[in-house]
Ligand binder design. Structure first.
Ligand SMILES: Cc1ncc(C[n+]2csc(CCOP(=O)(O)OP(=O)(O)O)c2C)c(N)n1
Ligand SMILES: [Mg+2]
Length: 277
């Protein structure tokens, strides 16, 4: 079913709000990861506000859909979404990355309500997510598991071990979304470790592959729906994105993977996002 105009409008409004709030938050705390948070805004927003069957009032419901943030450094984006959904108070966001805060620099499932899996070491999201998906089958439950991964993260060997297992075990209740922004921590993916044709790689590992523009909420929504209809194999949505999307001086730059935002940069970013500061 295609996204209703009202839903599309609502998602796009939320995405703009999250971009503004993210820049304000990361400038305020002078730390954190803007680039990979900004590239995944539409993906995470569409999942949480349109697709995932989750309830902040019943966060451990055994039938809830599972979302795993493989690229754990995009934690600020996840936290903003969880706060907006009501998992914890909005005013706690400014404690991000502070000592003893519940909101650690990378998601911690033991401390933070709504975080499904502790991540940070790249690559472990998919094997754990596969376990959740296979667990659903063993328990006869119909929840789905979603794993969001970075394209640099795909270089981890464990990803491909999990990928071949997922296809062997026909994990058709598992959807991976690759935030395919072409950039990793200190360079482009092509410079650091070229991955070639990643769609062909996933296909060769037995996955159903769907390629989309990862900044268009209607394409993300349609791809998630399509993946649900595929039987007998897991699906991967390869979402073409721009690292740092929405703030021109951050776009496509590995330097903005993780660094403090200066006062001048803050003013310029906020102006670009339509806020006078
Ligand atoms: C196993 C492991 N190796 C290295 C790192 C350090 N690291 C953190 S983020 C990152 C780059 C990730 O790039 P990508 O997956 O493309 O993320 P995105 O571009 O979406 O931010 C690296 C190398 C890590 N967290 N885990
Ligand atoms: Mg990347």
């Amino acid at each position: 079913m295609s996204l209703k105009p009202k839903s599309k409008e609502n998602l796009e409004r939320l995405c703009m709000q999250f971009r503004q709030d993210l820049i304000k938050l990361l400038h305020g705390i002078q730390t954190g990861h803007p680039g990979g948070s900004l590239s995944s805004v539409e993906i995470m927003t569409t999942l949480y506000f349109e697709k995932l069957n989750v309830d902040p009032n019943n966060p451990k419901d055994e039938n809830r859909d599972r979302f795993v943030l493989g690229k754990g450094h995009a934690a600020p984006m996840l936290y903003m979404i969880l706060a907006e959904k009501g998992y914890f108070p909005q005013d706690e966001l400014t404690s991000l990355r502070q000592l003893d805060s519940r909101l650690q620099g990378h998601p911690c499932a033991l401390k933070t309500c709504g975080v499904e899996l502790s991540t940070g070491p790249l690559g472990l999201g998919l094997p754990a997510g596969l376990g959740m998906a296979l667990g659903a089958k063993l328990d006869g439950r119909d929840y789905r598991t979603y794993v969001l991964m970075g394209d640099g993260e795909l270089q981890e060997g464990i990803v491909w071990e999990a990928a071949m297992s997922a296809s062997k075990f026909k994990a058709d209740n598992l959807t991976v979304i690759v935030d395919n922004n072409g950039v990793q921590l200190d360079g482009t993916v092509d410079e650091i470790m070229p991955m070639g044709d990643i769609a062909a790689k996933w296909r060769a590992f037995g996955w159903n592959v769907i390629s989309i523009d990862g900044h268009l909420v209607e394409e993300i929504s349609a791809a998630i729906d399509l993946a649900k209809t595929v039987k007998g194999q897991p699906s991967v949505i390869i979402a073409k994105t721009v690292k740092g999307k929405g703030v021109s001086f951050m776009e496509g730059k590995s330097a903005w993977h993780g660094k403090p935002i200066s006062q001048n940069e803050y003013v310029s970013a906020m102006n670009e996002l339509g806020v006078n500061v």
